[in-house]
Write a new protein. Structure first.
Length: 105
């Protein structure tokens, strides 16, 4: 895989993806659209380019499909935190929704 499509329907080179973007692909491929081979591929990119450091999940608020899937799975808290459900009805914070409309242009 040398290119990916963004939520804005743009093609970008994997080699040009930011650390956050690579991390988001791992989270997305783990929870929203579960594809183990995609997780493994981007984990390899993360390992080789960013010393394996997985950043917190920060999906864009205007990518409605992703946000709705996370809500349907009960992973988004009212304050925008994204949580991963663990054993014994516990959870841990893995990120937060990135409020795109608050971006300054």
């Amino acid at each position: 895989m040398s290119y990916v499509d963004t939520y804005q329907n743009e093609k970008i080179k994997v080699a040009d993806m930011s650390h956050q973007h690579v991390s988001n692909w791992i989270w997305y491929s783990k929870y929203v659209w579960p594809v183990p081979s995609t997780v493994a591929y981007f984990q390899g990119v993360l390992d080789s380019r960013f010393d394996g450091e997985l950043l917190p999940y920060k999906p864009h608020s205007d990518y409605k499909f992703e946000i709705e899937k996370l809500k349907d799975m009960g992973m988004i808290r009212p304050n925008g935190d994204i949580v991963e459900h663990l054993e014994n009805s516990t959870y841990r914070k893995i990120g937060e929704v990135y409020e795109t409309e608050k971006e300054s242009n």
